[in-house]
Ligand binder design. Sequence first.
Ligand code: XIL
Length: 598
Amino acid sequence: MNTRKLLISLLLIVALLPSAGLTGAQETSFSLRGFASRNGIYMGAAAWTYHLDDPALAEILAREFNMLTPEHEAKWCMVSTGPGEYDFSRVDRLVKFAEENNMVIHGHTLVWHSCSPDWVENAEWSRDEAIEVLREHITTVVERYKGRVMYWDVVNEAFDGGDMRDTAWLRMIGEDYVELAFQFAHEADPDALLLYNDYGNESMGEKSDAVYDMAQDFLARGVPIHGIGMQGHFTLGSINYGSIASNMQRLGELGLEVQFTEVDVKYLGEADNEIMTEQARTYYKLMELCLDAETCSAFIVWGVADKYTWLRNVSFFDNPTVDPLLFGDDYKPKLAYYVLISLLAERAGATPLYDADKIASILGEPDAGMESDLPTPTKSDPNQLAPDSVPGVAVYAPMGVSITLDGDLSDWENIPRVLVNTGTMPGDGETYFEFAVVVDDTNLYYMANVTDPNVIYGEHDPGTWYETDSVEFYLNTTGDLEASSYVPGIVQVGILAENAISPDAPLVGGGNSGDAQVSIATVETDTGYVIEASVPLVNDVWEIVPEHLGVLGFQTHLNGSSSNSRDTKLIWSAADTQDQSWNNPSLFGQLVFWDTTQ
Ligand code: XIL
């Protein structure tokens, strides 16, 4: 247990002593909050005042959660009644409820583009005037609840992808409005813990890189920031847990706390048992991430009961019957609740409601080495020998298919092909490729059919082979899909188009590429070129034993050039938004073996 987690546990123990003079609800041990505190984390929920008017809801809130986030009513557009004027009555009520029930308060949020009062949104102030308004607001709110709000989401959603979002504050003040906001909050309550909060910053990628860089810079310059909130508005089947773990880890290494601040798990269509089981598995795996991350201090759900979720509002999500939370419309705990409380209890050393075997039987035991977060496989054409790929995430490789390396693609019939036409340098749109992977008893075969109107031959420099027309495929055979460096068993193999005219041209490049013992055939086509490659399943470094639904890490790229340097970079794995696979194999997607007799 890290220091923060230990501290939270100790504080809760002290708070529970009768001498602490509590008037409200006591910690009931059999509750999410009871077991969460024994794991050194807070279990939070977002709430509105109208939830407190619903006695059944209020009872669950106080019983199961020890952190409360005002879902909407503390935001600027909600508390403002005019310039410099406020109505805090609803926030006061939420704070009072939390204090009476021995819950800590997670303040949300001081600055958010989506909820600024109109008089702010439409203002045209000078930089100094705007800074004064920002200071006045933050100081008023934070001082009012000084010593009572443990965490503040100081700025919410300031990034749009990897860039600063275009907001009134960015326009009037400039990029430093974010650090000014943190400074004002810190001056108003030096003990409050200050978070930057966003969505889409959960896994590795453009936005989380930008947030990481900002936090690192703040820390280096002494700007008071204590943690990063990851909202966690997730959609079933599209979560890369390994990538979230890597991101949490790097933030933790900066010395920052991390929290899941607004978790819900949505899906399209009507819920059935399968969807609710998948949802429970998702909550379980997300909680595991928080418990496993040294500095994760809270897991907050964005509401208590499905009936009040913001996602049923069709302006936010296209499913008015969605059930994304832990308690149903009838207030009954859902499967997700039972698996979460069991996980928390087990990790606390208590007797879990469901033990590991029971959880495995409910959630289904994932195959060894397999990530269990893929959607149910489907075939868009019944003749396909394997399911459709999950775009940017997983490609299915049919087993028992042998390929002759001759550049003739007829032996790839009925193998689903994956189109790749996006990347960090999408080029002119006329260059793209399709790839597929199959496996037999001795080899893994890879095929790329490249459309490129302008293939350059004879100009490559071995040191910068990736600057010229070439295809790359990457394999991680280690079973550790989260590995973030090129240990033995992880390879990047770059193959030049030039092999088509000069068969002796070297197979080139990439980390550990020699280990793969690749054989290739490369041929020119009317529209570009084709590469077929085979890699032995057993070599000096690895032994790949294909099993139905077994997984390898896999990635593929295309480099295109029309002159001496690269002007096109296409990337398959969605996790690799920065062209970093050559450096970090945790950004690969998955290659899933498929038994064609299934
Ligand atoms: C949402 C609330 O849930 C809604 O009820 C309200 O109408 C709009 O705001 N990210 C955030 C939250 O940081 O503040 C948002 O909350 C949901 C998305």
